[in-house]
Design a protein around this ligand. Structure first.
Ligand SMILES: [Zn+2]
Length: 408
């Protein structure tokens, strides 16, 4: 089976993850997909295939170099798709030789993928694109990555003249709900370093991500009949509002880019008696990140000066910038860059404005930058993937495998 057939088959598996189940994998569909991949790996002849009860599938393509020790490189992709949009009954369609105009995804529902909303489409004129029917996401995030890894392994098996060391592959559950690395057994994976194939557009290479925390700010009020409330009522929602406007107005996701951090109000739930604000705090720079958290505590103290005992806060770190773990092993990035250039792709190194499983894995001792899988407009009905981008990603995996073995 070729890369595209694989991809089209994989998107048929409904593997949407679910934050609320507290199970691993969070949904049974992911395990169904993992079992399918396991059988496929077995058929291809991979070794040490393991699928644990949490849905982590690992396997080895043994090296074909005798008498010389070569580092073990890993490739990782995730099984699940985003909870943001249905991944059930995905019916992909191939748009041949894209002409640069509107793509009608669904005529009946008038859903159109148009360059005026998505100017990136212009980069893909003349290419074959895989799109949705407008009712589901596509699942290129990250089934493109899965298909690329499977096909690269298949290619290496069929081209024994390409010399490579041991290659480890892993497919993991629940990346989209932030738990993909939680139960990943880095010791069992036993790679020297790895790459997640989970980036977007062709050329993306990422080894910097946000430092991330979540803050829950609670405001306690006092409810009294409004007719008798003078000097008695304390409205926690109004105090919460005061807190919201004390934060710098422009340091929000919609006003920042590149290395600019932000505070992002993701939830508010309130009554007169009790209001809870949930924020996420993000910054690439560790010092600035710590300062942002301090700023929250400072504002809580300020509120409490005016309304004693009203406000409390709970801040939990979520993940950290992997840069500090990659810098000591920069050759991992150099190899990926060289591999891209070898297959005619210009590397685009950029900071991720989010996290990746690779960031958490890097802190667990497995340096793990992120490489493009090729798709765009993830997590929604406008998701699409250019076929040549997927082919390039697959070639990058093959090329990395070769370069790792060549480097000594
Ligand atoms: Zn992804």
């Amino acid at each position: 089976m070729n890369l595209i057939d694989r991809f089209l088959q994989y998107v048929k598996f409904d593997t949407q993850s679910d934050e609320l189940t507290n199970l691993t994998p969070s949904t049974p569909g992911q395990m169904v997909f993992a079992r399918h991949l396991k059988d496929e790996l077995k058929e291809m002849g991979l070794k040490n295939i393991t699928l644990d009860e949490n849905g982590y599938l690992m396997a080895t393509l043994p090296g074909n170099i005798a008498g010389r020790k070569v580092p073990t490189v890993g490739f990782i992709a995730h099984l699940d798709t985003s909870p943001d949009m249905s991944g059930r009954h995905v019916s992909p369609r191939i748009v041949k030789d894209y002409d640069g105009g509107d793509i009608v995804l669904n005529a009946e529902k008038n859903i159109v993928l148009t360059p005026s909303d998505f100017p990136e489409l212009a980069h893909y004129v003349g290419q074959d694109l895989i799109v949705t029917d407008g009712t589901t996401l596509l699942g290129a995030d990250d089934k493109a990555g899965v298909a690329e890894i499977m096909s690269a392994v298949d290619y290496l098996i069929k081209h024994p003249e390409i010399q490579h060391g041991d290659i480890r592959v892993a497919f993991t559950p629940d990346e989209e709900i932030g738990r993909g690395a939680h139960k990943f057994d880095v010791g069992a994976f036993a790679a020297d370093f790895a790459y997640t194939m989970d980036g977007g557009e062709v050329g993306e290479l990422e080894y910097e991500n946000f430092n991330a925390a979540v803050a829950r700010v609670t405001f306690k009020g006092r409810n009294v009949h409004p007719g008798y409330a003078k000097h008695k009522m304390v409205n926690s929602m109004r105090i919460a509002n005061q807190f919201i406007i004390m934060l710098p107005r422009w340091e929000t996701p919609e006003h920042t880019e590149g290395y600019e951090g932000f505070y992002h109000l993701v939830g508010m739930e309130g009554s007169v008696e009790n209001t809870v604000l949930t924020y996420i705090i993000r910054d690439h720079d560790r010092d600035r990140f710590e300062r942002r958290k301090k700023e929250f505590e400072h504002l809580v103290r300020k509120i409490n000066k005016e309304f004693p005992g009203c406000c409390s806060i709970e801040i939990t770190d979520q993940y950290y910038n992997m840069r500090e773990k990659i810098e000591p092993v920069m050759y991992v990035i150099d190899i990926a860059r060289d591999a891209m250039e070898k297959v005619g792709v210009t590397p685009k190194v950029q900071p991720i404005r989010g996290g990746t499983d690779g960031a958490q894995l890097s802190f667990k001792g497995l340096p793990c930058p992120n490489i493009f899988a090729g798709g765009l407009n993830f997590h929604g009905r406008y998701e699409f993937v250019p076929i040549p981008s997927m082919e390039k990603a697959m070639q990058v995996i093959v090329e990395i495998s070769r370069l790792v073995a060549e480097r000594q």
